[in-house]
Design a protein around this ligand. Sequence first.
Ligand code: NAD
Length: 411
Amino acid sequence: LEPGLVDYLRVPLRTITVNLPVEMDDGRVQNFVGYRVLHSDLLGPGKGGVRYHPEVSLEEVSALAALMTWKCSLVRIPFGGAKGGVTCDVKGLSRRELRRITRRFIAGLGDNIGPYTDIPAPDMYTDAQTMAWVYDTYDNMHPGENNLPVVTGKPLELGGSEGRDEATGRGCVFALERALALGVVPGLEEVGGARVAIQGFGEVGRVAARLLSERGAHIIAVSDSRGGVLAENGDNLDLDAVAAQKAEVGTVVGLPETRSITNDDLLALPCDILIPAALGGQIHSGNAEQVQARIVVEGANRPITPEADDILSARGIRVLPDILANAGGVTVSYYEWVQNIEHHSWPLESINGRLIARINAATDRVVSRWREFPRDCPDGSERLCTDLRTAALVEALARLALVVEQRGIWP
Ligand code: NAD
């Protein structure tokens, strides 16, 4: 890449910070801070989730927005990269307080979001209900227009797409199956029979667990923010029981016939496939040596730090990178946006058929890039010099570089 292009793509196009004074249920006024970052609009309007979490910061949102740029480029959908968030702990907030925070946030962003400028979606601790409030707020600010495409991940009744809620977990499984079939992990050609540990039992982790189990994998452990559970017999968790426990008690911990473990224990379990599907930075220089999986599938965004990436790579543990492994969500968000613009709704089979085709094609491109890398490392060892993440980034950046050349730098 040209050095100037690197400088251009390293920083976001636009960052916005909004202060949100919100009246709480007890009458107090509390100030929240929200962010929206548009990293790139080279390929189209910004696209990216909105996260509600105590650790949300401008730095983190900016990093996640850049990941969205690479991700959209990699799966070839016509969106740029964006991300947003509000620093808050949803566990201490009522539904009405969350609605007021959301409305105030969207009003504060004003015309910096829009169907053809920047399109939010769900992320950690936001869901279809949150997106319904985003839509309603924007629609009240822009009466008389088709505002449905301003946000994706909406409820089905409000222009949401079939399959959107499962899309990220489903895409994760599609990418994993394809990569295994292409031989990225010697001796592990399919998910059937594999032992799987999953960190995070939310929208991504829960769906990945169910789909993998349906394909004959053994889900031996799952976790949430309060800890994890390991199947007592070391074999299969009863996923219906896990989901019921999570819904009733608020955590998977304490499920009968399971052993309680910590999140650190889960990451170090002997297994074939490890899926971090919660927060970023979970596998770091302090615990990467303990990972025993043969492949780590990044359901979450940036769950592995760069230092840990090097450690895993040196240990021969493959990593299916986030910009490929969790791209199913933004892919079906794109389908939702198209359906909203066309005033159509596509059936689930059509959505899932398009999803698998797109994820498979992206996985093929990444794996063939990876195979092109030189195999003789400077230290003379046989192992591949570089990893699937680098291959995915090269693939994504090559396309962006081409588009910059075609468009030219404005003016
Ligand atoms: P979610 O809010 O539905 O679930 C998050 C899960 O993580 C919950 O089970 C929660 O208990 C658990 N968790 C929170 N803190 C934890 C901790 N410290 N240790 C272990 N578990 C913890 O969120 P989600 O939509 O499933 O998103 C999970 C990850 O996937 C995030 O990194 C998100 O950016 C990424 N992602 C989500 C989508 C999507 O469409 N939902 C798309 C792409 C990427």
